[in-house]
Design a protein around this ligand. Sequence first.
Ligand code: NAP
Length: 214
Amino acid sequence: MHIVITGANRGIGHALMSHYRAEGHVVTGTSREGGALAQLDVTDPASVAAFAQALEGRAVDLLVCNAGVYLDKHETLTKGYPAQMWADTFAANVTGVFLSVQALLPNLQAAQAGKIAIISSQMASHTRAPGGSYVYRASKAAALNLARNLAADLAPLQIAVGIYHPGWVRTDMGGDAADISVDESATGLMARFAELGPDSTGCFLTWDGRPHPY
Ligand SMILES: NC(=O)c1ccc[n+]([C@@H]2O[C@H](COP(=O)([O-])OP(=O)(O)OC[C@H]3O[C@@H](n4cnc5c(N)ncnc54)[C@H](OP(=O)(O)O)[C@@H]3O)[C@@H](O)[C@H]2O)c1
């Protein structure tokens, strides 16, 4: 398989890239810095266009929209959550997902049965709403909504779309106190991506295979 993973220079994206490569798959991992990975800033339309151009004519079997930011972890309701934080978060977590999918649609169509995995979060859920992190929660809810609607539009093209909570994972974002390692998360997510198909498109699942309430 040829797999594209956004935000593969660290965290969950890096673990997914390593595990897939160890299984012998071809992985195009991206990084904002470029370097050994393909350069991509999902918030920059010109960067997305250049990335898509570099992959022109190559089938993509699986696109993992993993890149994301959690900027409002320490904000307070009375004085925090500035407008720019909303704009920057939505640019990465929502618009960035859409632009990545849109740009690689020809590559996904060129695959036998292309798949899109969108890494959202349990913090997207309306039924689990403990308060706080308004910006991140709203952005991940938007990504969930976006993915559900992409699933409908892409079904006739035989492209399946799954939405995933990767667990609370020990990364820069998740912190040291989180529940699981990047390897546990990646292994679980890979099993979920393998199961994804026309019958399950639009699913919202946890890394370990439990349906997540919307
Ligand atoms: N960790 C958790 O507990 C947890 C829980 C639920 C959901 N998630 C989601 O899982 C995904 C991965 O999280 P993580 O914990 O691995 O986070 P992380 O360690 O902070 O890594 C985030 C990755 O996204 C990249 N990124 C951020 N903005 C980008 C942009 N504009 N363009 C391209 N790449 C960008 C980062 O690149 P740079 O190095 O350049 O910043 C980095 O590679 C995210 O979508 C996150 O919201 C994580």
